[in-house]
Ligand binder design. Structure first.
Ligand code: HGY
Ligand code: MN
Ligand code: MN
Length: 403
């Protein structure tokens, strides 16, 4: 095994160890687990001869300055979902970091500045409705409203950012000086494995509409409150979920729809809930379907209003995006030159690339996920497949930054 691959595999294990919160693998943003991986990545960046910096949102960068102003960025997100895997996001950071350090060691100073990014809060890992805060900040899209989103303990993002030592300066757009962004990522599906292909060259990323619906009734005693007197939000929420699911099943060839989290407050078995909140996550390559999804969400919200009030909050409306066509062609040429098997493909998962591609030429490289499993501790990619994706990423970074 070559030493670069050995370094990556070792780093995956080391980064994996920073993600344990009690007995759950969950590296949430601006937490002790996040600080631990930041420290580890910082040491890797310094060992690779990079200048380490942070932006106001807490994104970590390792920079190799070039002789020309415009820059290339490569990397991915460092946060994980609860009970997540150790490849999602982290593999993209570590392969980019290794490639940049190896190219720098071999070829010296690049022509274009190369920034390796460990981006925060891509997974809404701590703030349920905060999609893509780190990459949104890079593109100057973080709003005051987003900073006030609270985590499950009611802590606003702004407070958590400051407590983690960030937000010491005003938020600012970082992507001005970038000409390209590239992200290596696990496929998180079974397409490459089924076709026995080493890599995927991503052409587009599905659109994502997500947020939450809050049902508010009257908290009361489960034993003494007659059924006809109740203002119970739970059955109204259940009705909403069933109706949304029925709508989605009509278009199941074109979209996916997930309710992944329900919170009842106060959450006692012998108390009729005061409030029930459920999330929704709707994705499609077809913008019209997403716009229809918004209309059905509005319609259901209105139709279910009664003694229980229903409030819709659409937190994220990311359109389907096409990735850079020239970059796709270059990646195809480089994969062919390397003798790598590949296919062009869409991404059913969301990524920081989804946001950044709307402001900077962006491309993604996929590596296969064993059994298509992801957002799960059993997430795994074989070393040989990691190596194939790594070599393609390294060739691409050499072409972008050194040639
Ligand atoms: O949800 C997604 O697709 C990404 O993992 N945030
Ligand atoms: Mn993910
Ligand atoms: Mn990811």
């Amino acid at each position: 095994m070559n030493k670069e691959l050995a370094w990556i595999l070792n780093a995956i294990e080391a980064a994996g160890e920073t993600g344990m919160k009690e007995d759950v693998y969950w590296r949430a943003t601006y937490t002790a687990q996040d600080a631990a991986v930041v420290e580890l990545l910082q040491s890797y960046m310094e060992e690779g001869g990079m200048t380490v910096s942070f932006d106001a949102a807490g994104n970590l960068f390792g920079t190799i300055s070039g002789t020309e102003a415009e820059g290339i960025m490569a990397g991915s997100h460092r946060d994980t979902v609860r009970q997540g895997g150790k490849y999602d996001g982290m593999l993209g950071i570590l392969t980019a970091l290794r490639a940049a350090a190896s190219l720098y060691e071999r070829y010296g100073r690049p022509r274009r500045t190369l920034k390796i990014a460990a981006i925060c809060e891509e997974e809404s890992s701590r703030f349920t409705t905060s999609n893509y805060i780190g990459s949104s900040h890079i593109c100057g899209l973080v709003t005051e409203e987003m900073l006030q989103v609270t985590d499950d303990e009611g802590i606003p993002m702004e407070t958590a950012m400051k407590e983690a030592g960030y937000l010491q300066e005003p938020l600012r757009r970082e992507c001005e000086e970038l000409s390209h962004f590239v992200e290596l990522h696990i496929e998180q599906g079974g397409v490459l494995e089924a076709a026995q292909l080493q890599t995927g060259i991503v052409t587009s990323i599905v659109g994502l509409y997500s947020g939450e619906v809050t049902f508010t009734g009257q908290q009361n005693h489960a034993g003494t409150t007659p059924m006809y007197l109740r203002q119970d939000p739970m059955p109204v929420c259940a009705d909403f979920i069933c109706k949304l699911q029925a709508w989605a099943m009509q278009y199941q060839q074109e979209l996916v729809c997930t309710v992944g989290k329900i919170v009842a407050e106060p959450g006692n078995a012998n108390v009729i809930a005061e409030k029930v909140t459920c999330t929704f996550d709707i994705r499609s390559e077809n913008l019209q379907r997403l716009e229809e999804a918004e209309a059905i969400l509005q319609r259901l919200t209105e139709a279910l209003q009664g003694t229980v009030s229903v409030a819709l909050h659409i937190a994220c409306q990311e359109p389907p995006v096409q990735l850079d066509a020239d970059g796709v062609q270059t990646l195809e040429r480089l994969a062919t030159a390397r003798g790598l098997s590949y296919r062009k493909m869409a991404s059913g998962a969301g990524h920081d690339s989804q946001v950044i591609s709307q402001h900077v030429k962006t491309n993604m490289i996929f590596v296969p996920s064993v059994s298509g499993i992801s957002h799960n501790p059993n997430e795994y990619t074989k070393p040989a497949d990691i190596e194939a994706g790594y070599l393609l990423l390294k060739d691409y970074l050499k072409e972008l930054a050194w040639n």
